[in-house]
Design a protein around this ligand. Structure first.
Ligand code: CO
Length: 220
């Protein structure tokens, strides 16, 4: 393993400062309080969820900590199946995403797939600026490819305006890619009710916007 300057790796994990330890303990305390509150409001909540999950929604969004699926849509545990990655990329060669999609559509039978991008996405910005080292740069290549493909639409845009337009194009292109996937096509073929939506979230005011790129069947 590579040396990390200024850190004794052998002893490193024992050296969590008391401040950090306090923060982590707070999370566990928060959890106990939350569980008690939920149980108070709905005594059968955890027993019900432990028995099975029946989410109607699959959320495919960015890993950005400011875009938590449940909170911004007012959904409680059990209501949304979630996949998040940097820059909400839905690539058909991504076995992680595709197995999530397959399980959500075939087994859980979700009725809606929500592809959710967000303005001010650091992943999209990094893709356009080409400033990330190593594997992240490889991961973001589809965004760069997308920008190349849409260079006419993007001509004349720069800075934040350019980034935000790419965020939108990224979402709409993911919606189309998912609609064309075998998993979704097969679901529609067997008349399963399934709609794919493209949304974008604004960090500045917490508002989700529908980009109007909705797919409900193979004919579109
Ligand atoms: Co992002």
């Amino acid at each position: 393993m590579a040396e990390v300057p200024g850190r004794d790796l052998a002893a490193g994990w024992n050296r969590i400062s008391s401040m950090d330890m306090h923060k982590i303990t707070t999370l566990l305390e928060n959890n106990r309080q939350w569980a008690a509150r939920v149980k108070d409001t709905d005594p059968g909540f955890f027993e019900r969820l432990a028995a099975q999950q029946h989410p109607k929604y699959l959320w495919i969004g960015c890993s950005d900590s400011r875009v938590p699926a449940n909170q911004i849509t007012g959904l409680v545990p059990g209501e949304v199946f979630v996949h998040r990655n940097v820059a909400n990329i839905a690539h058909p060669t991504d076995v992680n995403l595709m197995s999530v999609l397959e399980y959500a559509v075939d087994v859980l039978q979700v009725e809606h797939v929500l592809v959710v991008g967000h303005y001010g996405c650091g992943g999209v910005r990094a893709a356009l600026q080409g400033r990330l080292p190593g594997i992240a740069d490889f991961w973001l290549e589809p965004v760069r490819e997308l920008a190349r493909r849409h260079r006419k639409t993007l001509a004349g845009l720069e800075g934040r305006e350019l980034e935000d337009k790419v965020c939108e194009l990224n979402v709409t292109s993911q919606v189309r890619a998912l609609a064309n996937s075998g998993i979704v096509q097969n679901a529609w073929e067997r008349k399963q009710k399934l709609t794919i939506h493209g949304w974008v979230y604004r960090l500045d005011d917490g508002i989700l916007q529908d980009l109007g790129e909705t797919r409900t069947g193979p004919e579109e």
